[in-house]
Write a protein that binds this ligand. Structure first.
Ligand code: NAD
Length: 296
């Protein structure tokens, strides 16, 4: 398939690379010349703007951008995709943004004659490189079925979550729970260790008992419990505190729009906010345990 790809950062770069490896003809654009060059060396054609991609010979355009403001400008701006793309070209936005913006942009795309899906991902940069991402997809069933093979070249679990915006709903709900559960595991681990328990023994009890969860058995925040968790390497190379903060912000914003209480989500947001304000925004989010550890 002839595919345009806009946004070649930590996630979009390896995702576009996997499309090339799968045999697709890929045209790319990013504001960063270095990111563009990496993809061109791997076999992509470079375009000069999102508008140039839209005007080119493409059947599908994928975007992977930092936040809602970038998504709006790339799709809705005067030099954006919708102003230049021909009717019938499919659009997929994989950025993590709020459900309301995702629905607004998809609505305008459809009025323009372009079916659009929101398809945020989980699985991190490792999953993006390995092609094992989970895609949470919002949009019509027919559009999901048509684009599924393309997403399958970049991911392992491709889940249709319902109508437009529901991919983002699944993403914010899951990440809010993750943010909260990591704080709960941190609190329990720090309490147990302060009361004299060995961290590894405590984790093994939790992981075979009713407190078991992903934050404990796969990503335990206490150093030394798991060899491959970010806690074992000074909380580097994982999911940054500021990225978690962004997702908690999206969850509380979405909750506010519909008057839905998210008490623990709001508390978690404030805790990560304090941790980030102390200069820890680039550390993996499991470093939040340092807010609890007396020895840290
Ligand atoms: P990133 O900052 O590494 O990459 C974003 C890219 O978009 C950059 O290369 C930037 O130059 C480019 N860009 C920004 N504005 C642009 C524009 N107007 N036109 C063209 N290119 C533009 O971010 P990332 O880590 O790749 O994350 C992308 C999205 O994926 C975010 O929404 C993030 O929340 C989400 N996400 C990230 C992870 C992760 O682990 N990094 C995991 C899941 C989801």
């Amino acid at each position: 398939m002839k595919i345009g790809f806009v946004g070649l950062g930590n996630m979009g770069g390896p995702m576009a690379l996997n499309l090339i490896k799968a045999g697709h003809v890929v045209t790319v654009f990013d504001l960063s010349a270095a990111s563009l060059t990496r993809l061109v060396e791997a076999g992509a054609a470079a375009a000069e703007s999102p508008a140039a991609i839209a005007q080119g010979d493409v059947e599908l355009i994928i975007t992977m951008l930092p936040a809602a403001a970038h998504v709006k400008s790339v799709y809705l701006g005067a030099e954006g995709i919708l102003a230049h793309v021909r009717a019938g070209v499919f659009l997929i936005d994989c950025s993590t943004i709020d459900p309301r913006t995702a629905r607004e942009v998809a609505k305008q795309a459809l009025e323009n004659g372009n079916p659009m899906l929101d398809a945020p991902v989980s699985g991190g940069t490792g999953g993006a490189s390995a092609g094992t991402l989970t895609f949470m997809v919002g949009g019509s069933s027919a559009d999901f079925d048509r684009t599924w093979p393309i997403l399958a070249a970049m991911g392992k679990n491709i889940v249709h979550c319902g109508d437009s915006g529901n991919g983002q709903v699944a993403k914010v709900a899951n990440n809010m729970l993750l943010g909260v559960s990591m704080i709960a595991v941190s609190e329990a681990m720090a309490l147990g260790v302060s009361l004299g328990m060995d961290a590894g023994v405590l984790a093994s009890i939790i992981n075979t008992s009713s407190g078991r969860c992903w934050s404990s058995d796969t990503y335990n925040p206490f150093p030394g419990v798991l060899e491959n968790a970010p806690a074992a390497r000074g909380y580097t190379g994982g999911f940054g505190t500021d990225l978690m903060l962004k997702d908690l912000g999206l969850a509380s914003e979405a909750a506010q729009q519909i008057g839905q209480p998210v008490l623990l989500g709001a508390f978690a947001q404030q805790l990560y906010q304090s941790f980030s304000a102390q200069g820890n925004g680039s550390l993996d989010f499991s470093a939040i345990i340092n807010m609890y550890r007396k020895d840290a």
